[in-house]
Design a protein around this ligand. Structure first.
Ligand code: FAD
Length: 500
């Protein structure tokens, strides 16, 4: 008889785990808190527009990459799902009056930066030497081949060998936080540009790698948005025989003699299984669903000291306008900071979904502004004063549109639909701690740390998702890893069946 697996969560990690489990002859049932799959990889309809609230871009979507192989295994490699990304976006520094298109042609980008910031020529040269070192390699799944439990000296050596030409960038000055690396940059706006290439906590090598991926044309936008991408994987999961139950929140993982044996839902129903995989929020899994009984000092320290990713406030506008020659990603550092909740916001991301015709009716577009904001403010406001919460959303939608008006005169009058998603919205639909969009905020201090998928003292249980490995390739692989570990326990060969 087939062994039964219960999976908590139908985000990308849970769906991936479900597909690989079904490919390996296991009977799978996913319980999902929300009414739709995808977790933070969400998109939704508003009056003829598709609002995309998630993934900015995916690395390695093209054939020949490790990520493409995983996408093919999960039934989501159709090229129509992706639109190639040609540049890293536009960087606008209002105080300095600088606007730079971060071209995928990194030589011309480096030259432009040097011509605008000659005092920092050496730093720019050094940074772009790193970008060049990462070019020409499949970086999408590098170092993610195995879960720590299955990594051997041989597999680690093999990975090191694959990385040999850029290995030095994982050490020394390049392993420092970008915010430390730029301490000696003389040109203030260039400092801000480096600082905002990715997260300021990231090690220097990370934005180097991202620029290399874009320069190699190995990054893609989701051409139809997050949900259609997720639904391809859900379709494949169901075709493999997998079952899924929506609006089903797991309240407890059932354990007998230190072995996971099933789950109890919030409504009290209990379901038995041979294995449980949690692909939901890490904190909730470890401390609530399992009562904090299976931790050691390392896990305790991680949950006490590692911060989650800072959440976003996302305001989307359905606009009766085309943005034909505009770049899809625009980072803007404001001259006059804006108060969002109780925090001063100095920068924002303007996204224009003009890379495919799937987001809006012909001649129209979705225009979006994302700002990093605190969780507590929105959570407390929603819970204590719903009217103020709604007023604040409305006020911000208008204030941010005023900023957009400076760049796209006339846009205010062209808005047909406005949608505001706060960190509270993200938390309500995904249960991620503090509405994190990507699990842990991974910086120079913890990005290289391998997180085990099992918990000490508990058998027949594994974790997947962005609390054990981040980014879209990472979470998809983490689902695969959980099933590899179950196959190991079952003394079965892990197998992959490509969709027919
Ligand atoms: C705005 C934004 C931009 C991003 N940009 C990028 C990018 O450019 N590139 C990139 O690689 N990544 C990006 N990411 C990150 C990436 O999308 C996520 O890390 C990834 O999708 C997380 O998948 P997951 O399955 O691990 O977790 P989630 O998506 O959080 O899924 C977890 C699921 O579990 C369910 N769940 C939780 N608890 C329970 C429970 N008790 N019972 C039942 N169900 C439960 C939740 O409802 C949810 O559906 C971005 C994310 C966001 C939001």
């Amino acid at each position: 008889m087939a062994k039964k697996i219960i999976i908590i969560g139908s985000g990308l990690a849970g769906l991936s785990a479900g597909c690989y489990a079904a490919m390996n002859g296991l009977e799978t049932l996913i319980f999902e808190h929300h009414a739709v799959p995808g977790g933070v990889a969400a998109s939704w309809k508003r009056g003829g527009y598709t609002i995309d609230g998630g993934i900015h871009f995916v690395a390695g979507h093209k054939e020949g990459n490790g990520m493409h192989k995983i996408l093919a295994e999960l039934g989501a490699a159709d090229p129509a799902l992706f639109a190639d990304m040609h540049d890293y976006g536009r960087f606008i520094h209002e105080p300095a009056g600088i606007s730079i298109d971060m071209s995928g042609d990194i030589e011309s980008l480096a030259n432009r930066l040097k011509s605008l910031a000659p005092a920092d020529k050496e730093k720019i040269n050094e940074f772009f030497r790193g970008v060049r070192a990462f070019r020409g390699h499949d970086l999408s799944t590098v170092g993610m081949g195995n879960p720590p439990e299955l990594a051997s000296i041989f597999s680690r050596t093999k990975e090191m060998w694959q990385m040999r030409s850029f290995l030095k960038y994982f050490t020394g000055v390049y392993a420092k936080k970008i915010s430390d690396y730029i301490a000696d940059v003389e040109t203030p706006w260039l400092k801000d540009l480096f600082y905002n290439l990715f997260l300021p906590e990231s090690p220097v090598w990370f934005p180097m790698m991202m620029l290399a991926i874009v320069a190699d044309r190995q990054a893609g936008f989701l051409a139809k948005g997050c949900l259609p991408f997720v639904l391809e994987i859900e379709k494949h999961y169901k075709a493999l025989g997998g079952k899924i139950s929506y609006r089903s929140t797991v309240a407890k993982i059932l354990v007998e003699n230190d072995k996971a044996v099933g789950v109890r839902l919030e409504d009290g129903q209990e379901f038995k299984a041979d294995y449980v995989i949690s692909a939901g929020d890490g904190y909730n899994t470890v401390f609530k669903l399992l009562g904090g009984e299976y931790i050691d000092d390392i896990i305790k320290d991680r949950y006490e000291t590692w911060p989650p990713c800072r959440p976003f406030l996302t305001i989307s506008y359905g606009v009766n306008r085309e943005f034909k020659n505009e770049l899809p990603l625009n980072t803007i550092l404001l001259k006059k900071p804006l108060m969002v909740g109780n925090e001063e916001v100095k920068g924002l991301l303007m996204r224009i979904m003009n890379y495919s015709g799937h987001f809006a009716p012909a001649g129209k577009s979705v225009f979006q502004i994302e700002v990093e904001t605190g969780f507590d403010y929105w959570y407390n406001l929603q819970n204590t004063n719903r009217q103020s919460y709604d007023n604040e959303k409305q006020w911000l939608a208008a204030a941010l549109l005023q900023i957009a008006e400076k760049y796209y005169p006339g846009i205010s009058a062209q808005v047909e639909v406005t949608d505001v998603a706060t960190p509270y919205t993200t938390w309500r639909h995904t249960l991620n701690k503090r509405a994190s969009w990507g699990g842990w905020l991974l910086g120079a201090d913890n990005m290289m740390e391998a997180i085990e998928r099992s918990l000490p003292g508990l058998s027949n249980f594994y974790m997947a998702g962005h609390w054990v490995m981040g980014g879209v390739p990472g979470v998809l692989l983490s689902g695969r890893h959980a099933v590899q570990l179950i196959c190991r326990d079952e003394k079965k060969k892990f197998t992959v069946k490509l969709p027919t």
